[in-house]
Write a protein that binds this ligand. Structure first.
Ligand code: GLC
Length: 728
């Protein structure tokens, strides 16, 4: 049976929030009645307390109309208490906008974004965002600082966990999915929140993988690699941006008129507002481009940062700067206009309060937890499965669950978990016990990762010897990834490799489950372990999802969206690299290493299954087009194994010659396909100017005459090839 599947093309973008005439009239009317202090109040975001309540002084600021937004105040009662001060007691009754980092779930925690991206299932990501929005909005949060759409090519950087990986095309598809899941068609509706594309821009290129570090990115690379997911977010109607901490080619991202105004406003016509990252305005002093807070305020505002997060340089300095003619009052007005526009589009004036009756119903429902479990299962990537060790039989009489993360709730939940609670997280040990209620489960979790003792290692070996099969849970603790968690190595932290070797020495069927937020250099572990399942940080239901895969109730179908290096020394290493004049080969004078392979451990797009698939029948029609023409690409994929499963069919382009150097491969289409044993499907892609064009020597987007190699396969390596010619 052949199913006709059309690839998810760059689906027509939802219109960016058009300048609604009625909203603009209300904005202008309100702006015209505001004092300068009230205007500056709208450009100020302050931080609440960790417990979700507002700071005492914030009630007075709200009453005076001097507080436009807060972050971290959450919970319907806490939000409404502060909102009442603004809406019922301030002069103009402008509602406060409540923001919070809902990065991969609010109370029900989904897998981290890098895991969700590994599902190659934008519909899944959209649904996860939708669920997070419903929970967050019920708790009074109307704005999430998500999605993080930074392209990341360096796994030493801890924040790769929060993004979609190294590719601009996949990153763009996921950015669209996140924004549409959060905002829907009308963000003023209950269950919707404003999204925030962050961190604008280039943050993921931090030198050395050290967070907040300097970045040097050519305009060509900015526009072709780092901008696209942000542009996709704008096209999907994202209401806000967040400016980044890093400096970019000598200009801090939070004082960069080129990116904040020329590109974002001039080229992209973005109508929403830009909030700085946390104190990033004041950090312009540390960057050395501002002498003091007044300088910082002037630079940030006039470059295009509309709202200041937490630091108070705008409120403290702009009145005098305007008085002195150093900052035009019009710059403040335009920033306030943008903030008010978003508040109107969010329906805040009509519906400023949280509905406390909805909060208890919406949060952590069985339905949401089931969705989180399914998302976690679809995000798993089977890296290795020699001898089809996995899935284990459910008839096992005994199974050993070993490793410091096997019962670590925080490591399972993730690195930025909103209002999620580690106590709720289902660990791998929980999942195995639930999946095999009658089996003997031998547990050896040992000490903390950094303190594994000889006894822990010997007990791991003993546990493995005592069981019929072994689940080894290894990787990183929750606080080893995420913000400010750069690592200088990618090895398994602590003595985990020793522990793994001890367990493997028992010679039992053994599967390694990796928990963590970044690609690791698996090296010796990989040589020793027959099966390795990448589970990332799988969220509240992570342990059950992992058990679903370990015992065959789920067949892993995820694919890597970041290259796995063999060693940290290979970084930067990514699939869409340039060919160079002497590409790496066995030749002496070539771009190789003298002390090891130049190829990755696992390439972008890699992932195995419990079944096997065959891709066949690649056809390109027509094989020659004009510069503005389109060509249809068709391929068949068949499940020729004995178990139902998913495959991700991926289409890559390579432009052999052009007037600039081009990557050796560029992802331009993908489709995750579910097939029963013996089933096959046809997958269709269409290639047109959007996919074929690139920036020429003059930085103009063009489709140049020439040849393209089209490769369609199941990872960025290998596949079927054909040629497409763009005729002069
Ligand atoms: C943090 C992060 C940013 C987050 C913000 C508010 O430092 O860089 O991603 O949204 O501050 O918590």
């Amino acid at each position: 049976m052949i199913t006709l599947l059309f690839a998810l093309l760059a689906a027509p973008a939802a219109a960016a929030p058009s300048l609604n005439a009625d909203v603009e009239t209300q904005v202008q009317d309100l702006l015209s009645r505001m004092t300068m202090d009230e205007k500056l109040g709208q450009l100020q975001q302050l931080d609440g307390l960790a417990d979700g309540t507002a700071r005492p002084e914030q009630a007075e600021l709200a009453r005076k109309g001097l507080l436009g937004s807060v972050l971290n105040v959450r919970g319907a009662a806490n939000v409404n208490a502060l909102q009442r001060e603004a809406v019922e007691h301030s002069r103009l009754k402008i509602p406060i906008l409540f923001g919070f980092d809902v990065i991969h779930g609010y109370r029900t925690v989904f897998p981290i974004p890098l895991a969700l991206a590994s599902s190659w299932d934008p519909a899944l990501v959209k649904d996860a965002a939708r669920t997070a929005a419903v929970e967050a909005e019920a708790a009074g949060v109307r704005w999430t600082f998500s999605p993080m759409v930074d392209i990341a090519r360096d796994p030493r950087w801890g924040r790769v966990a929060e993004g979609a990986g190294e590719d601009p095309y996949l990153g763009s598809v996921m950015a669209r999915a996140w924004v549409r899941g959060y905002q829907g068609g009308d963000p003023s509706q209950p269950g919707r929140v404003a999204a925030c594309a962050k961190h604008w821009v280039g943050y993921g290129a931090a030198e050395g993988g050290r967070d907040y570090n300097t970045t040097e990115i050519s305009e060509r690379t900015l526009r072709e690699i780092y901008f696209p997911p942000f542009k996709a977010a704008v096209d999907a109607g994202v209401l806000t941006f967040m400016s980044a901490f890093n400096d970019l080619d000598g200009e801090p991202a939070s004082a960069n008129a080129f990116t904040l105004t020329q590109v974002l406003r001039g080229e992209w016509k973005f109508p929403g507002f830009v909030v700085s990252d946390y104190k990033a305005v004041d950090e312009l002093i540390s960057h050395g481009v501002a002498a003091d807070g007044a300088d910082a305020a002037r630079l940030a505002l006039t470059s295009g940062v509309d709202m200041e997060m937490v630091s108070r340089d705008y409120a403290s300095n702009l009145p005098a700067l305007i008085q002195a003619g150093k900052v035009p009052a019009s710059a403040v007005d335009e920033a306030v206009r943008r903030v008010l526009r978003v508040k109107f589009l969010l329906g805040l004036f009509d519906r400023p309060y949280a509905d406390q009756s909805r909060e208890s119903i919406a949060l952590f429902s069985a339905e949401n937890r089931a969705a989180a479990r399914r998302a976690a299962a679809r995000s798993l990537v089977l890296l290795k499965n020699d001898g089809n060790v996995l899935p284990f039989s459910k008839a096992l009489k005994s199974v050993a669950v070993i490793g410091p993360l096997a019962d670590d709730r925080a490591a399972t939940l993730g690195s930025w978990t909103g209002d999620g609670r580690a106590a709720d997280a289902r660990t791998v040990l929980d999942g195995v016990r639930a999946a095999l209620p009658r089996a003997a489960v031998v547990v050896s979790t040992g000490g903390a990762i950094g303190a594994l003792s000889d006894l822990d290692i010997s007990s791991a070996a003993a546990a493995a010897r005592a069981a019929d099969a072994v689940v080894l849970v290894l990787g990183e603790m929750a606080d080893m990834t995420g913000e400010a968690s750069g690592r200088s190595t990618l090895d398994l932290p602590g003595r985990q490799l020793e522990l793994a070797r001890a367990a493997l020495s028992a010679g039992k069927p053994t599967a390694v489950v990796l928990l963590g937020g970044r690609p690791l250099a698996l090296g010796a572990l990989l040589n020793a372990a027959p099966a390795v399942l990448e589970a990332w940080q799988p969220g509240t239901q992570g342990g059950d999802a992992v058990a679903d895969a370990l015992f065959g109730d789920a067949n892993p179908g995820g694919k890597l969206t970041m290259t796995f290096p063999r060693s940290v020394g290979q970084i930067p290493i990514y699939y869409n690299h340039k060919n160079g004049g002497r590409p790496a080969s066995d030749k002496y004078y070539s771009s190789k290493y003298i002390d090891g392979p130049w190829t990755p451990q696992f390439p972008f797009g890699w992932g195995l299954s419990y079944t096997t698939f065959t891709v066949s029948g690649l056809a390109v029609d027509p094989v020659s087009i004009s510069a503005g023409g389109r060509s249809d690409v068709r391929v068949y994929v068949a499940n020729d194994g004995a178990r139902a499963g998913d495959e991700v069919v991926q289409l890559y382009l390579r432009r052999r010659t052009a007037d600039v150097t081009r990557p050796v491969a560029e992802l331009k289409g993908f489709r995750r396909v579910s097939l029963k044993p013996g089933e096959d499907a046809r997958v269709d892609f269409t290639l047109g100017p959007k996919e074929l064009g690139f920036l020429d020597r003059d930085m103009k987007f063009a489709v140049e005459p020439g040849d393209y190699d089209i490769t369609v396969g199941t990872s960025s390596v290998g596949g079927l090839s054909a040629r497409l010619t763009v005729a002069p």
